[in-house]
Design a protein around this ligand. Structure first.
Ligand code: BTN
Length: 322
């Protein structure tokens, strides 16, 4: 399934105002019985929409829905290769499956993901019209050498974009996370299709919590936060997508030429663990030291009794020491 059917869409548009709509009126609009209305409502609830019923008033979406609009994102970003889906397994997967056909800079953004992927084989909770599920295809002609610092650059692009839409205070946790006051706001998953001597094809996936429905929150086993808790104004996901797209295009083009070097000072500003005592979890081992930021390759610099050790690689996690 990649989109709702016509009646599902009609119902979605109707409920997107966050007002009550009686079962009778909904039935009339869709041209279906009250029982069928109930089934369509269940369909929307099944993809993560928080819709409830009050006797005598009808159905209501718990929040007004700010739906994704490809045309608006194109207009706001000035980029043409924007693809918006309603329902996908994973936006990263959508691009990976088309990697032979798509052009550099192709994006895929979806209202929901049925099998959203996180790091380490985890599931990324992806309810409908709630968060940002954003993937971008970028090809590095110079090969795989740019990959080690890529998630750090993308993290900087995410924080820059948030600042550009008025959200200050987001920080970075090496190597893939965006944090706010000690809670996870967004995560980055980069998937590759690389051959040793040729261009490196990267799918950059970003999941950013915008407004977490209470039912979905129960499924998350780590401290999290969403933009709704941070910002006093509702965040427009079309504007957020477009701002992120522009920022990524700009930083990636620069990064291709220079690598991470010009971005090191920005990383140091945003690093939430800088100069703090941390534990590095490497498989079953724990390495303790003081976090001293990163180097030009994107390696974490750990100060162990005055000696700087550098760590790089996908299966390493960083934790604040107690
Ligand atoms: C993490 O575990 O912190 C990384 C989460 C990355 C989630 C995003 S959502 C868009 C893209 N598509 C996916 O299936 N995963 C990434």
């Amino acid at each position: 399934m990649s989109e709702l059917n016509e009646k599902g869409n009609q119902l979605l548009q109707l409920l997107s105002d966050g007002e009550f709509h009686s079962g009778e009126k909904v039935g009339e609009l869709l041209g279906v019985s009250r029982t069928s209305v109930n089934n369509y409502i269940k369909g929307l609830q099944g993809i993560g929409l928080d819709i409830y019923k009050v006797t005598g008033k009808g159905y209501c979406s718990a929040i007004p829905l700010d739906l994704l609009d490809a045309e608006k994102i194109k207009q706001l970003s000035g980029k043409d290769n924007v693809h918006v889906e309603q329902i996908v397994d994973s936006t990263n997967q959508w691009l990976l499956e088309r990697i032979d056909k798509i052009e550099n800079g192709q994006s895929c953004i979806s209202e929901c993901q049925l099998s959203g992927r996180g790091r380490r084989g985890r599931t990324w909770i992806s309810p409908f019209a709630s968060h940002l599920y954003f993937s971008l295809y970028w090809r590095f002609d110079s090969g795989i050498d740019k990959v080690s610092g890529l998630s750090l650059l993308v993290g900087i692009a995410v924080v820059n974009s948030l600042e550009k839409i008025g959200i200050q205070g987001a920080e970075l946790k090496w190597p893939n996370d965006i944090y706010y006051q000690g809670k996870k706001l967004a995560g980055i998953l980069i998937e590759l299709n690389a051959e040793a001597t040729e261009a490196c094809h990267c799918i950059i996936g970003i999941g950013l919590n915008v407004r977490m429905p209470p039912e979905q929150a129960k499924l998350i086993d780590q401290p999290w936060i969403d933009l709704n808790q941070i910002s006093s104004d509702p965040v427009n996901r079309n504007l957020l997508s477009a701002t992120l797209m522009k920022e990524l295009y700009s930083l990636l083009a620069q990064y291709e030429k220079t690598g991470l070097k010009p971005y090191l000072s920005r990383w140091f500003e945003l690093d939430c663990f800088i100069n703090k005592q941390v534990n590095l979890l490497i498989a079953d081992n724990v390495k303790s030291g003081i976090c001293r930021g990163i180097d030009e390759k994107g390696a974490l610099l750990l100060d162990v009794d005055g000696e700087i050790e550098d760590y790089i690689g996908g299966e390493i996690s960083l934790r604040l020491a107690n």
